[in-house]
Design a protein around this ligand. Structure first.
Ligand code: PMP
Ligand code: GLU
Length: 400
């Protein structure tokens, strides 16, 4: 047996990707699986973005790009930050990476030493915890309960701040809960963080455009902490570009330079063709783009539909998410029940049961730091969504 490193042995597999892999396997065996596990828009990349990529290929834009991104791309992201967020960044403060995932990993690696603490509101996105593990830092989790719309309060955060606290890491709109912090709530966080000048804030804004409550608010807008905020964003969700692999960080120059150095040793710049296409995407104003507006309207409609259908299932409790494309129902009423063959002890058991008997792929809340819930992605067609929830209802009704 090959002796792998302790580093990799202690790392958990991404459960969102594992569930998706399982549903692809079952599908290839001929099973009619509906995949509500992966968070990716079922829409296509806008035509003008694809055209820019084709043009890049025709112009032989196929050589190594600069590690942090083409200057024109970083300028276009700086313009986007001003247009959409009223935030001023120089192109040098922006580093483009192979997805927001890499941007997050870069920043965590560049900012933490072993033993440093990273404060994370739970439920949190699946990869935060494992990235922190890889860096040797320690995750400190605070719980946002369903009754508080899965949000945490400044008091909860302050209670866990220690001299070792290095980062506060959160997403708004949130994956997996869809919760969106208001400007007032973010201001209260900023007022708290202003008292702790050694604490840096990673603000994951990848769902910025998928919000049903109006204009996106970034915690970087507050001058008292602006210089300690690192924004993570990208094109996967807002522009339906998951497969293109492009994300970015924007923040203090020193941190951007560190990310550039790290990335230069690990991956180099992300795909040259993707970068050229990304300029066309970032130059598009989402507030007037029919592509983006239609997609967000579809998600909003499906959220309402899925919420209404789930409400009819006894024993489920769901908040009303204001953004992203996930529902995060509490399912504890089903724990301890059985279909006669197996007993459901946990969200994982429930997801296995739904996969095996209803052919619906869903991710257990444990992947996101919640033992009480499961995550349903509604980024799928209305027909599929209706059919999936019908199957879920039927399978849950068999549990006594
Ligand atoms: N952050 C959050 C909250 C996400 O849900 C995801 C997954 N799409 C990412 C980051 C990573 O996105 P990307 O596809 O740009 O790597
Ligand atoms: N972020 C998406 C999700 O949460 C994509 C999968 C992943 O990258 O983990 O499902």
């Amino acid at each position: 047996m090959i002796k792998l490193s302790d580093r990799i042995n202690q790392l958990a597999e991404s459960e969102t990707l594992a569930m998706t892999r399982r549903s692809r396997e079952l599908r290839s065996q001929g099973f009619d699986v509906i995949n509500l596990s992966i968070g990716e828009p079922d829409f296509n990349t806008p035509e003008h973005v694809k055209a820019a990529a084709k043009d890049a290929i025709d112009k032989n834009c196929t050589h190594y790009p600069p590690v942090p991104g083409y200057p024109e791309l970083r300028q276009s992201i700086a313009r986007k930050m001003l247009r959409d967020n009223n935030l001023v960044y120089s192109p040098e403060q922006i580093v483009v990476s192979t997805g927001a995932k890499q941007s997050l990993a870069n920043v965590i690696m560049c900012m933490t030493n072993p033993g440093d603490e990273v404060i994370i509101p739970a439920p949190y996105w699946v990869s935060y915890k494992e990235m922190i593990k890889l860096s040797g830092a320690v995750g400190v989790f605070i719980e946002g309960k369903i009754d508080q719309d899965f949000k945490v309060t400044p008091e909860q955060i302050e209670a866990v701040i220690t001299p070792k606290s290095k980062l506060f890491l959160f997403s708004s709109p949130c994956n997996p809960t869809g919760s969106v912090y208001t400007r007032e709530e973010l201001k209260a966080f900023a007022d708290l963080f202003a008292k702790y000048p050694d604490l840096y804030i990673i603000s994951d804004e990848i769902y910025e455009h998928i919000s049903f409550v109006g204009h996106h608010e970034s915690i970087a807008q507050f001058a008292s902490i602006h210089d300690r905020v690192i924004i993570i964003n990208g094109l996967s969700k807002g522009f339906a570009m998951t497969g293109w692999r492009l994300g970015f960080m924007a923040g203090p120059l020193e941190i951007a330079k560190a990310c550039d150095k790290l990335q230069g040793q690990v991956t180099s710049g992300t795909c040259s063709i993707t970068q050229k296409a990304a300029i066309a995407a970032f130059d598009t104003d989402p507030s007037t783009s029919p592509d983006i507006q239609n997609m967000v309207a579809a998600f909003s409609y499906r959220r309402d539909l899925a919420l209404a259908l789930l409400k009819e299932i006894p024993g489920l409790r769901t908040n009303t998410p204001d953004g992203a494309f996930y529902l995060f129902p509490e399912v504890i009423k089903y724990y301890g029940k059985s279909d006669g063959e197996r007993i459901i002890h946990s969200g994982s058991d429930l997801c296995d049961y739904l996969m095996d008997t209803a052919y619906v792929a869903i991710v257990p809340g444990s992947a996101f730091g919640s033992l009480d819930c499961i995550r349903i992605s509604y980024a799928t067609s209305e027909d599929q969504l209706r059919e999936a929830i019908r199957r879920i209802a039927e399978a849950l009704a068999r549990l006594k």
